[in-house]
Design a binder for this molecule. Sequence first.
Ligand code: ZN
Length: 275
Amino acid sequence: MPEGDTIYRAAAALDRALSGRRVVRFESVFPALTRVHADRPLTAMTVDTVQSAGKHLLMHFSGCLVLRTHMRMHGSWHIYRPGERWRARRSDMRVLVATAEFEAVGFNIPVAEFIRSRDLAKHEVLSRLGPDALDPGFDRDEALRRLRSRPSMPVADALLDQRILAGLGNVFKSEVLFSCGIYPFAAVAELDDRRLEQLVDTARKLLAANVRTTSAGLMPDARHRRTTGRDNPSESLWVYGRGRLPCRKCRSAIAVRKHGTGARLTYWCPECQTS
Ligand SMILES: [Zn+2]
């Protein structure tokens, strides 16, 4: 599942491929997008920049339009040379933005909309995002303030709440909590300032460690996500996806529970995560 690290790398790769270039072709299966394109042709525009905001990807055009996409579970952006064979089905294409040099193709993207640049700051979803864990100007105090404002919320839910901290998804949630030794279902109020600071700092550190490597061609994905610091791909994560397997630190069986909105799985070590 794409989390902030994946979106950040996707935005960086798209930015390198497209920015400063004129759009020569635009396609989409979403009528709301093609209507905008019919009114104000994208082909008269230039890609200014592509950036991430939490798990949202924002493609800016000629200072006036922004294409917001959100990948949810299965969406992805690929970059191709014109004429290059796609590594996904044509029927899965949702959005295509081409310059003379590259084609950016969004596959299985469930959320895509155009926003006028001047309306971006008051956008219903974007304006409510908490501090972006991957933003170099990250506002730690604000993230902590937002965490503390939800005292009764289980900390596992708080980490997924994009209005508190933007960028984390379900994989990093379990990994961050293990790294901090925090029980996922403890309420935020049960954690003192030092523990909350450790939580926020660890979330940033683990996400940042996963945006350093970029691969050319196919959009970087989450297959090589790593939180343990170990090179062996079979040892890349502490607890996520490891239900009933022995903990890498204490050998206890990793626990797993369906929890929260959409019944997402939470993985934790009952021995290592007690506070
Ligand atoms: Zn353990």
